[in-house]
Design a binder for this molecule. Structure first.
Ligand code: FMN
Ligand code: FE2
Ligand code: FE2
Length: 427
C-alpha cells in the first residue's frame, strides 16, 4: 500500500503512545547489503506520562520533516523530558541533532556502548553533547504513571543497541530486532501485506551474524508480559507478538542436532579441474572420519549454491577449503563462499586449506590468510601438492584430516613415527 495512504498525523498504538515514524517506499537497497523490494520504514515512537513525554528513536535525516510533523501532532517540544536511543545507526538517529535543538531540556537515555558513538555522531553539528544517562537492564525512567524499563541487548545490530519496555502497557520497543524492511502504510502486522519473507530476510542479513546475542536478548524478552512489539523498521507487531519472538528463537538456534552432543562437525569444501584437489579432499575427509567423534561432510563447490553452503558453515565446528592454484590465485567459487560469510559468525571455528598446484601454488596461503582474517583458528599449516598427488602425498592429506579431527575433539594427535629417521641407540 503506497505511503500516500497515510496522513501526516501520528498513529496511536495505545492511549498516549504514538507512532511518529516515516515511510520510505522508494528505497531499493539498504546498507549496501540488503535489497528492499518495497522500501522500508523508520519507526519512532512517543510515550506520554503524567509528568513527561518520551521520544523513542528518530528517523533517517532526509525524513526528519515528516517525523517532526507527526511528533508535533501529539506533543509540544517543551513537554519532552526524555529521549531514548535504542540504536544510533543513522537510519534512527538522523533527526536527533535537530530534536536536541528543539527539546534541549530532554535527558537522553542510551546504553553504555552508545556514549562514544553519540559523541562521534554529533561531531559535525558542532553541538555540545546533551545530558545523557547510560542505562542497562532493569534501569527505569518514570514518566508519571508510566515506566520505561531498559534491556541491555547489544549487537542487535550494532554494539550500542538496547530495547525499552513500557511496563504498564506491555509494549516493547526493540530497535532493529523483530524489524524488517517492509513499507506498508497500514502499519500493523494484522493489516499489512504478507511480510514473512522480509522478516526472515532481515534476520538472515542483519541479525544472523550475532545469533548468540539474539538468544541472550530473547532470554530477557521471553519472561515479559508483551502486548505489542514496536520495532524500528516495518510492521508493528500487535497481533500475536509472541509468535515473532518464538520465530526468532528458532532462527537463532543451531539447526544441526547431533545425536551425540560431543560429536564435532568438519565440512570439507573443494573444487577441482583435473581431480587432483578432489583426491586430496577425499583423503583429508577419510583421515578426519577415521578418528571418530567427528562427523565429516564433503562438498564440491561446483555442485552447490552459496546460500546452502552458508548454512552448513554456520553449523560446522571446522572448515577445510581446497582449491587448485589458477593464475596465481584460488578459484572464484572459493572466494564466493568466503565472501558470503559476513552473515554468519565464524570466529573461533577451526580452519584449514589445501590444494594442488603446478608451479607457484599461491592458492593455499591466500585462503589461509582469508580464514585468519575472518578470525578462524588456523593452527595447522596448509597442504600444497604439486600436480598429481602420489600415495605418500595422499597419506599426508589423510594425516592433515586426522590432525584436524584431533583439534576438534581436543584429543592428542597420533604420533607418527618415521622409521627412516630412527637412529640406532648407542649401546
Ligand atoms: C588456466 C590454468 C592456470 C594455472 N595457473 C597456475 C598458477 O598460476 N600457479 C600454479 O601453481 N599452478 C597453476 N595452474 C596449475 C594447476 O594448479 C594444477 O594443474 C593443479 O594440479 C590443478 O589441480 P586440480 O586438478 O585440483 O584442478 C594452472 C592451471 C590452469 C589450467
Ligand atoms: Fe541498524
Ligand atoms: Fe535500522
Amino acid at each position: 500500500m503506497p505511503a500516500a495512504g497515510l496522513t501526516k498525523a501520528a498513529v496511536e498504538l495505545a492511549p498516549g503512545v504514538h507512532w511518529v515514524g516515516a515511510l520510505d517506499p522508494h528505497l531499493r537497497n539498504f546498507d549496501i547489503i540488503l535489497k528492499t523490494a518495497n522500501g522500508t520504514s523508520y519507526n519512532a515512537y512517543v510515550v506520554r506520562g503524567e509528568h513527561g513525554v518520551a521520544v523513542i528513536d528518530t528517523v533517517k535525516e532526509s525524513f526528519a520533516d515528516t517525523f517532526f510533523e507527526r511528533l508535533e501532532s501529539v506533543a509540544r517540544y517543551d513537554e519532552i523530558t526524555t529521549i531514548v536511543l535504542n540504536h544510533l545507526e543513522p537510519d534512527h538517529s538522523g533527526a536527533l541533532p535537530e530534536l536536541l535543538k528543539r527539546a534541549p531540556q530532554a535527558k537522553v537515555y542510551l546504553s553504555s556502548r552508545a556514549q562514544m558513538m553519540l559523541k562521534a555522531l554529533l561531531k559535525p553539528s558542532g553541538e555540545k553533547p546533551p545530558e545523557y544517562i547510560p542505562v542497562t537492564t532493569d534501569d527505569t525512567v518514570n514518566l508519571g504513571g508510566r515506566t520505561l524499563r531498559f534491556l541491555h541487548t547489544p549487537y542487535l545490530h550494532w554494539p550500542d543497541t538496547q530495547c525499552t519496555y513500557l511496563v504498564e502497557d506491555g509494549l516493547l520497543f526493540t530497535g532493529d530486532i523483530f524489524g524488517c524492511h517492509f513499507c506498508d502504510a497500514r502499519l500493523f502486522n494484522d493489516t499489512v501485506g504478507d511480510f514473512r519473507f522480509s522478516f526472515e530476510y532481515y534476520y538472515a542479513h542483519i541479525m544472523r551474524p550475532f545469533r548468540e546475542y539474539v538468544l541472550d536478548a530473547i532470554a530477557l524478552i521471553e519472561p515479559l508480559d508483551i502486548n505489542l512489539i514496536a520495532p524500528a523498521h516495518g510492521p508493528i507487531l500487535r497481533h500475536q507478538p509472541r509468535d515473532y519472538v518464538h520465530r526468532y528463537r528458532e532462527l537463532a538456534t543451531p539447526r544441526l542436532f547431533n545425536e551425540a552432543k560431543s560429536e564435532k562437525t568438519l565440512v570439507v569444501f573443494y573444487i577441482s579441474a583435473y581431480g587432483n584437489t578432489r583426491r586430496m579432499a577425499e583423503a583429508l575427509a577419510a583421515g578426519a572420519e577415521s578418528m571418530g567423534g567427528v562427523r565429516v561432510s564433503l562438498y564440491d563447490l561446483e555442485g552447490g549454491e552459496s546460500g546452502i553452503f552458508t548454512d552448513l558453515i554456520e553449523e560446522a565446528d571446522g572448515l577445510a577449503f581446497g582449491s587448485p592454484t589458477i593464475n596465481a590465485d584460488a578459484v572464484k567459487p572459493i572466494w564466493d563462499v568466503l565472501s558470503s560469510l559476513t552473515t554468519v559468525n565464524v570466529k573461533g571455528k577451526l580452519g584449514a586449506a589445501f590444494g594442488s598446484y603446478g608451479w607457484s601454488g599461491e592458492a593455499v596461503r591466500l585462503i589461509e590468510d582469508r580464514l585468519r582474517g575472518l578470525k578462524l583458528r588456523v593452527p595447522l599449516e596448509g597442504l600444497r601438492i604439486k600436480l598429481v598427488p602420489d600415495d605418500r602425498e595422499l597419506s599426508q592429506c589423510r594425516e592433515l584430516g586426522e590432525q584436524l579431527a584431533c583439534h576438534l575433539t581436543g584429543r592428542a594427535a597420533p604420533r607418527e613415527i618415521e622409521f627412516s629417521q630412527l637412529q640406532a641407540t648407542p649401546a
